[in-house]
Write a protein that binds this ligand. Structure first.
Ligand code: G3I
Length: 475
């Protein structure tokens, strides 16, 4: 079997040679770089942007050839929709059943895909014996479950949803009441420590819904927990945003701020259960926005849709997925593919997706609550005739620091490199997708070439008070 990372390297290898040739041409002849060849499947297009594209799978549908053909062709990551949950894997206490989970993992690995593990500890879908437990007995049973399941799958899981949905909805910002929560506030970190010990190679995620809108209390509560975990060394590597969108819980315009703010804590961000109710162009445009937002945040490392065809969805009446019930590609599919290929972007942001990962190396770990911020929607290019223009937005701030994001847009001629001067008073040595020297940020090796009107972005962690946003000098 060829591991997926090798496959990706091969694709990158082929395109990498082309990219070097193109870069050389751009440097010597100072011409704009032509668009890359487009990936023709979601997994290839995503891989070209350094991301995975995943799908939730049901084991009993793998024998449906329409289903398994599409899943294999389009996706390079899978999540078991139900088969690795507590009721499925430990139906009687300390008697584990991995039959259906193994079917999915074996199918995934045999077909060169990575696997997201879902989920080790959750208040819901607990087996009956666990529902009736409490206190220290429940805590021990939960930790045993985490240990046994993570050990069984050790070495086969890319990322585990270690804890799922532990915060309450609404404005309380509190933990959700549950039998697990009643064992003590530290149950979440205990679960993460047990998972790390059992499978040190897996990324460990906290996963939740209604955490997409940066201004919501629940989002802020999860953010505070992750920041606290990072500050205290609790082993957490990623945050999963489920992102089930519909009219009651719509895609928020500040979604990108949410993604980048979590990422700035020093964790990966994964969109773990994406579905968007609706149809036609409206649905397609929302899908495109979600994908563009992920591409704009370097540490947004992948997207998983929660089911294959509309008929497979837990919300099938809302037709929220990328394939119709016959397995045909919907407008939403085309919008996702185009956005991954850099063609149809609802906001003028193009993420470079480096092969070398320019993630921030320093964790800002602010000690106070963050200030929920305004949506950093990039403004239109104010200087379309010049070499380039740049706009600064501040996506989050805290006492003593902030995260800045700068969108660089080429003028009508296209450019082969850029140089942005940060505002006076800005102090940073932590820049990603760019190279900083004093107050000047220049392009990284991979994002200097922009065609006419094309954009890229870089981010930085600043010390002190956040500057006001606006236009910066770009040359
Ligand atoms: O397989 C049985 C079937 O034999 C039985 O006849 C039928 C009768 O109700 O139930 C079937 O099981 C159902 C199972 O889905 C498989 O379809 C369960 O009742 C049903 O509760 C279960 O729903 C799942 C739900 O989690 C449970 O909480 C959905 O498929 C699954 O998509 C959903 O996934 C969750 C994520 O884990 C966490 N985030 C939210 C997301 C959506 O609710």
């Amino acid at each position: 079997m060829t591991p997926p990372s090798t496959l990706r390297r091969r694709r990158h290898g082929a395109r990498g040679a082309a990219a070097v040739a193109v870069l050389t041409l751009a440097v010597t002849a100072a011409v704009a770089v032509p668009a890359q060849a487009a990936g023709s499947t979601l997994k290839d297009a995503a891989a070209d942007r350094g991301r995975y594209f995943g799908v939730a799978i049901a084991a009993n549908k793998l024998s449906d050839s329409t289903y398994s053909t599409i899943a294999n062709r389009e996706f390079n990551s899978v999540t078991a929709e139900n088969e690795m949950k507590l009721d499925a894997t430990e139906p009687s206490q300390n008697q584990f059943n991995f039959t259906n989970g193994d079917r999915i993992v074996d199918w995934a690995l045999a077909n060169g895909k990575t696997v997201r593990g879902h989920t080790l500890a959750w208040h819901s879908q607990q087996p009956g014996w666990m529902q009736n437990m409490s206190g220290t007995a429940l805590r021990a049973a939960m930790l045993n479950h985490v240990t046994q399941v993570a050990t069984h799958y050790r070495g086969k899981i890319h990322s585990w949803d270690v804890v799922n949905e532990a915060f309450a909805d609404g404005s309380s910002g509190a933990r959700r009441d549950s039998n697990l929560q009643r064992t003590g506030d530290d149950w979440i970190e205990a679960a993460f420590r047990a998972a790390r010990a059992a499978d040190p190679g897996a990324k460990l995620c906290y996963n939740d819904y209604n955490t997409d809108n940066w201004n919501w209390e629940k989002t802020q509560a999860v953010y505070s927990m992750v920041r606290d975990f990072k500050a205290r060394g609790v082993p957490i590597d990623c945050v999963g945003l489920q992102s089930h969108f519909n009219s009651g819980s719509p895609y928020p315009s500040n979604y990108r701020t949410t993604l980048s703010s979590f990422a700035a804590l020093g964790v990966d961000v994964q969109i773990t259960e994406l579905d968007i109710e609706g149809s036609g162009q409206t649905q397609a445009e929302t899908y495109a926005k979600v994908v563009a937002d992920c591409l704009a945040v370097t540490r947004c490392t992948g997207i998983t849709v929660w089911g294959l065809r509309d008929s497979d969805s837990w919300r099938s009446s809302g037709t929220p997925l990328l394939f119709d019930s016959q397995g045909n590609k919907k407008a939403a599919y085309n919008a996702v593919l185009d956005t991954l290929n850099g063609g149809v972007t609802p906001t003028p942001t193009q993420n470079p997706t480096p092969t070398q990962n320019p993630t921030p190396t320093q964790n800002p770990t602010p000690t106070q609550n963050p200030t929920p911020t305004q949506n950093p929607t990039p403004t239109q290019n104010p200087n379309p005739g010049g070499a380039c223009s740049a706009t600064l937005t501040v996506s989050s701030s805290w006492p003593g620091g902030y995260q800045g994001n700068v969108t660089v847009t080429a003028g009508s001629s296209g450019i082969s490199g850029w140089r942005v001067t940060l505002p006076g008073g800005v102090s940073t040595n932590n820049v990603w997708n760019g190279q900083v020297s004093g107050s000047v940020v220049t392009n990284a090796p991979y994002n200097g070439s922009l065609g006419s009107g094309q954009s890229t972005s870089f981010g930085f962690i600043g010390q002190g008070n956040a500057p006001s946003g606006g236009t910066l000098t770009c040359s």
